[in-house]
Ligand binder design. Structure first.
Ligand code: ASP
Length: 317
């Protein structure tokens, strides 16, 4: 098949404080690179941006290491409630589910809602939709996330967020970290899409709504696409994904839009990260947090941000 445009892809598995050890980095790298490789080969075979974004999200949701789908963190009452969204840049269409329980892949519900007149559903509506679609009931709980919650309960829930990835060592240290997954794609037809899925920030109050199913955390037009991670409240206050995308859509180069938006977020003492693509194939990432777990394919090779820990707020390829 002849490519019309060189596809590009960037994915993330969350942002937060540093991974526990080198072992952790290598395991996460393997997971992220494998998913980048698989999704990129779909793009080379002609998958659309939305299809590829959904497939990438599905794979990340199924990896118990990341805080979405299987391996989602528990909320303060010990329950899992997940949120996910998909935005098709070419159609300019956002869809998502908020605080859905007992499904394996929340991104599938967001994908279904792309073609529905009602495109963002909360907990009750999402459960009803899953029932209508006859999606089997699924328990996304893993032993590590349960142990993490038990530890937090003993500590009276003083962490502001759960661990960025589920690692056995972290259960004992119980440092505040975070997760969430995201996929941003430029397909061979020149179209963009962004997908984001999360178990939330962990240990939150019942009914708390994540940025991941809002345009603040996941947004795309035909000019740019962005997926965010970090403290949802900070992402919402910056309206980060939409802010970056609108700047690019108004004519600012992606690199400048990222630089400016992250300088503002840093100034405002936010704790967050984002991955981004523009329609020319520029890839960028940014963080105000210590680390960002992202990996990308720039058409030539796979790269990642796992050992990026300098003072710069953004990076690009
Ligand atoms: N942004 C997500 C939330 O606050 C969590 C994360 O990205 O780790 O729900």
């Amino acid at each position: 098949m002849k490519l019309q445009v060189q596809p590009k892809l960037i994915i993330h598995g969350g942002a937060g404080s540093s991974l526990h050890g080198k072992g952790g980095v290598e395991v996460v790298r393997r997971s992220l690179h494998t998913i980048v490789e698989e999704v990129y080969s779909l793009l080379l075979c002609g998958a659309t941006a939305s299809e590829a974004a959904v497939q990438g999200c599905l794979m990340l949701e199924d990896d118990p290491r990341f805080n979405s789908g299987t391996g989602s963190v528990l909320q303060s009452d010990g329950q899992i409630r997940m949120s996910a969204s998909l935005m098709d840049g070419a159609l300019g269409r956002f869809s998502g589910v908020i605080n859905v329980s007992r499904v394996k892949n929340p991104i599938e519900l967001a994908q279904f809602l792309q073609n529905s007149p009602d495109r963002v559903l909360s907990d009750l509506g999402s459960a009803e939709l899953a029932r209508e679609l006859q999606i089997p009931i699924y328990n996304a709980l893993t032993e590590l996330r349960l142990q993490e919650w038990i530890q937090e309960r003993q500590d009276n829930f003083k962490s502001t967020m759960a661990n960025v990835v589920a690692e056995p060592e972290l259960v004992e240290t119980s440092n505040a970290r975070r997760g969430t997954i995201g996929v941003v794609v430029l397909d061979t037809y020149g179209n963009l899409a962004a997908g984001t899925s999360t178990g939330g920030k962990g240990f939150e109050r019942i009914g708390r709504v994540s940025d991941s199913a809002m345009p603040a955390g996941n947004y795309a037009t035909s000019n740019a696409a962005v997926s965010c991670t970090g403290i949802g409240e900070d992402i919402i206050d910056e309206c980060l994904a939409a802010r970056i995308v609108v700047r690019v859509t108004d004519g600012m180069p992606l690199k400048d839009a990222m630089q400016r938006s992250f300088a503002e977020a840093h100034q405002n003492k936010r704790d967050l990260g984002a991955i981004a693509l523009d329609t020319n194939g520029a890839i960028a990432w940014g963080k105000t947090s210590e680390i960002l777990l992202a990996a990308y394919h720039n058409g030539e090779k796979i790269g990642d941000t796992l050992e990026w820990s300098g003072n710069e707020l953004i990076g690009y390829s």
